[in-house]
Design a protein around this ligand. Structure first.
Ligand code: ATP
Length: 239
């Protein structure tokens, strides 16, 4: 039904050894939404994404995707259902060419009928990647690697795209470019959960936001409200 969230995290705890990195987290994303998860270093943002992808086990709670539990599902099964993550550090293959990396995006896809055409669309959108398509990905700049990771994600036909700090370490002009690409991907109907330290841009591009502090959600609501919240402004917007 229209009211079923695409992603529904309930009462989730995640622990490393005995230490709880995330406590009693409740977070949902509806189809077509853009949602930001913001917080300081070590707040538990990456841990939350890793838990969604099954890369760290839950100590409590549940995660449903399209109304079904993700527990025990391998990553390739998630990708096949449209749940795609662009990890921190981008997860590209540095020894492979740009084109080979882009082909990896379609690896788990069942229909590759339009792949050649979609690849051309990615190249049109990212001319820098087109110019360098036979170069190894490790030779790209950090920003170009991020574009490659996003291009590859687009080619895996995501329904829900999980972005882990896509602008980390990038120059301001590249940060703007990445956010343009996020807008562009969202326009095409892809639902987005965005983890960012750049709280302002993340909230500006999102409809809703969650604030995570030391593993617990402290604030949530419409992104516009969070942008005007005095606590958010003081703690995350540098005001
Ligand atoms: P950042 O923006 O710095 O990446 P974050 O909000 O993504 O921060 P996490 O990486 O999720 O935070 O880390 C949350 C907490 O869990 C931190 O205290 C971190 O030290 C701890 N942690 C993360 N990964 C591990 C691990 N593999 N083993 C032990 N502790 C970990």
């Amino acid at each position: 039904t229209a009211s079923t969230p695409l992603l529904d995290i309930r009462n989730m705890d995640v622990a490393y050894g005995g230490i709880r990195a995330v406590r009693q987290l409740n977070l949902h994303v509806h189809p077509g939404e853009r949602v930001a998860l913001i917080g300081a270093n070590g707040a538990g943002k990456s841990t939350t994404l890793r838990a969604i992808c099954g890369l760290v086990p839950l100590a409590a709670g549940s995660i449903d995707y399209q109304g079904r539990s993700l527990a025990g599902q391998p990553v390739h099964a998630m990708v096949r259902q449209g749940l795609v993550m662009v990890p921190e550090g981008r997860g590209i293959f540095p020894q492979l060419t740009i084109e080979e990396n882009l082909h990896m995006g379609a690896y788990s896809r069942q229909d590759k009928i339009n792949f050649a055409q979609e690849l051309q669309q990615v190249y049109q959108r990212f001319p820098r990647l087109a110019e360098r398509r036979l170069q190894t990905a490790g030779t790209l700049s950090g920003g170009e690697q991020q574009l490659l990771a996003m291009g590859r994600a687009i080619l895996s036909k995501p329904k829900l795209l999980l972005l882990d700090e896509p602008t980390m370490g990038l120059a301001p002009i590249m940060v703007d470019k990445i956010f343009e690409v996020i807008e562009d991907i969202a326009q095409q109907g892809v639902t987005i959960l965005l983890i960012e330290q750049n709280a302002r841009l993340a909230l500006e591009v999102s409809q809703r936001g969650y604030v995570l502090e030391s593993g617990e959600l402290t604030l949530q609501g419409p992104a516009r409200d969070l942008l005007h919240d005095p606590k958010v402004r003081a703690a995350y917007l540098g005001e």
